[in-house]
Ligand binder design. Sequence first.
Ligand code: 13P
Ligand code: 13P
Ligand code: MG
Ligand code: MG
Length: 362
Amino acid sequence: MSKITLSVIKADVGGFVGHSSMHPNLITKAIQILDEHKSKGLLVDFHVSHCGDDLELIMSHRLGDDSEEIHKMAWDLFVECTNVAKELKLYGAGQDLLADAFSGNVKGMGPGCAEMTIEERKSEPVIIFAADKTSPGAWNLPLYKMFADPFNTIGLVIDPSMHEGFTFDVLDIFENKTVKLNSPEDIYDLLCLIGASEHYIIKGIYKKSGEIAAATSTQKLNLMAGRYVGKDDPVMIIRCQSGLPAVGEVLEPFAMPHMVAGWMRGSHWGPLMPVSVEDANPTRFDGPPRVIALGFQITNGTFIGPRDMFADPSYDLARQQTNEVANYIRLHGPFEPQRLPLSDMEYTTLPGVLKKLKDRFK
Ligand code: 13P
Ligand code: 13P
Ligand code: MG
Ligand code: MG
């Protein structure tokens, strides 16, 4: 059985209206381009979606992780969609394309990317998550719950094929170094790091046999640009069932709308609301932050689906709680903890204001 690579590559190439959603012409353009690449044989299959103003390309192919051909194709697609966005004068056209020309890999150039190469199992259920108005650290808490918390994932307790736990690959985004920590053995060390979700980001999760279970996008746009250009709205790929968390165990953490960084001007904390694709249009104060979950059965590399996993009344209470928490935290206005701490505001437009005040400090 040959290997298949799942590549989820995303970029904000222009918002409609403001940063709230996606113009349908961008989706149409992306589908048209990916269709051409599928008929030429570069892609096995694809699905195009959006979460808020972020264009999500979900692709399968045989070229492995970090394929220059696939990354260049995605980059060129984002450039073409940016041209459509410019014609329509959509907001922030080309926002996430930080470089002028493609240089080998979209990582480090603005777009977010999560990839994994797998040996397709007898049945391969996969869930692709995408979020808007937040940052890659948003996945830390739900990933911990899925793969390390028996109060979330009963499979860790009762399924012998999960009982030995998982290995977490954690990235220090400031030092650009990774550390592998095992659960359950190292969970206190793991939590020590990933609880600081704007500093340490879970990049991947593996079975102890080495088989990949989860991959996230870890690109921090503002760190790359050194200034505020928008938030690095993240994506992730999770494989489910048969020695991995069940679909319901993978979705369960999102029943609690945890606080994430990235609301309004990328400068505020807010609760993460699980929504259907139809409702993935952050509007109130440009939010609250949203997450969508697209379920697929991967069958000979093709995407059977998607099932819109959060289009389910069992998440109604989480959505209501999101609105209640959003109301409360909004009352803080420009004060922390609604506003991000100063260290994170460095990558916003705040330094410009501080500079203006410099000479008034005595
Ligand atoms: P089934 O018995 O329907 O396969 O379900 C197993 C399971 O893991 C449900 O969470
Ligand atoms: P995006 O990162 O989704 O473009 O949002 C930017 C913003 O400033 C929203 O208020
Ligand atoms: Mg935007
Ligand atoms: Mg966005």
